[in-house]
Design a binder for this molecule. Structure first.
Ligand code: ADP
Ligand code: MG
Length: 345
């Protein structure tokens, strides 16, 4: 047969290239669709307050490992990571739906644990669980959650609103969740090679907690409102600082300069990075799962930001032609790439 069907490996596009490819002809028909694909959440308006919608799927073996992730934590984290996308729009969550697919490996008691975590998150983030779907799966556990939230239209923040000269800020320390994962993976491997060895996680509670129990920053959305700050753009840090800065720059048509010395890393994270022979800044840039908010603000709002606890100014937005760069502690400039950064010239 000579008529070969063209077959392109999805890896040639990568995750973001694939989303772009699949959605390039997608058009919104309804005036109620204020914003479609491309941000942390879609924005819908049926009159009155806009509705912000985001969905995320977590797969066993890809996003979580039940060897070291207790089901209760998993339930909590599944909700938190979805709500984080609502926060990234400067909105507060109101409802979630939860869909699960389960193999017969899971008992009712195990699923009760999962839902204990889900309900705890619903209480903590003040959201209602309003529906979902339950399916069987040949292997493993799949959890898909959709979160809905709202805020006044003029307070919503998009990835696309940054301007050159804006300051670039983050709401907390980075890299810890990735290092927590490295510790859990190391202990898993040690245990697999010798089940008699008990994991030694005692003094790593902070790093492991950042991996297993991330929080969505609804408190920051409330703080922005109280302080009277509307960020010019915002995204949540799920894939690592590098990837998220690039998303804001691409959507806003700007460049950025991140100062390594200003990127917040806890001492625990710095020390653990060195133990793993990793560069601490690389953990912040490429690690991911910190679920802090990365936002830009008009420099005129600097006095407000200075009064707000827990905000770190890590750089500024520049013209697109200046590129997206990291200034290292030694003063060298490196181009930031999705994988972290690479040397320029
Ligand atoms: P996040 O990391 O904030 O969850 P993603 O990188 O998963 O965002 O998705 C980026 C954007 O692409 C979002 O607007 C999302 O809704 C959209 N998207 C992702 N996958 C698909 C898909 N298969 N079809 C349509 N839109 C998608
Ligand atoms: Mg996001």
């Amino acid at each position: 047969m000579s008529d070969k069907v063209k077959r392109t490996d999805v890896n040639t596009l990568g995750e973001f290239g694939l989303i772009d490819h699949l959605t390039k002809t997608n058009e919104a028909k309804h005036p109620s669709t204020l914003l479609g694909v491309g941000d942390d959440a879609a924005v819908l308006d049926y009159g009155g307050k806009p509705i912000v919608v985001s969905t995320d799927m977590l797969l066993e073996g890809i996003h979580f490992d039940l060897m070291y992730c207790p089901l209760k934590h998993l339930g909590y984290k599944s909700v938190a990571v979805n709500i984080s996308d609502i926060c990234a729009m400067n909105a507060l969550p109101r409802q979630i739906t939860v869909s699960i697919a389960i193999s017969n490996r899971f008992s009712v008691e195990a699923l009760d644990q999962l839902y204990e975590g889900i309900y705890t998150a619903c209480r903590n983030y003040d959201v209602d669980l309003v529906g979902g779907d339950t399916n069987s799966n040949l292997k493993g556990l799949v959890i898909s959650i959709t979160a809905l939230g709202t805020n006044q239209k003029e307070k919503l923040t998009y990835r696309s609103g940054a301007k050159p000269g804006d300051i670039l800020c983050v709401t907390g320390d980075l890299g810890a969740a990735y290092l927590g994962l490295q510790i859990l993976e190391r202990e898993k491997q040690l245990w697999q090679s010798n089940p008699a060895i008990q994991p030694d996680l005692e003094d790593q509670a902070y790093l492991i907690g950042r991996q297993l129990k991330p929080e969505a920053r609804t408190d920051m959305v409330k703080l922005f409102d109280k302080a009277g700050l509307i960020p010019t753009s915002m995204i949540d840090i799920s894939d690592g600082l590098a990837s998220e800065v690039l998303h804001i720059c691409k959507a806003s048509g700007t460049g950025a300069l991140v100062e390594e010395a200003k990127v917040p890393l806890k001492d625990e994270a710095q020390l653990m990075a060195l133990k793993f022979k990793l560069d601490p800044i690389t953990c912040a840039l490429s690690g991911g799962e910190d679920y802090e908010l990365l936002f830009t603000a008009d420099p005129k709002d600097l006095p407000i930001i200075r009064t707000m606890p827990g905000i770190f100014i890590i750089g500024e937005m520049t013209d697109a032609n200046q590129g997206v760069n990291l200034q290292t502690v030694n003063g060298n400039i490196h181009e930031i790439t999705a994988q972290g950064w690479k040397h320029v010239g």
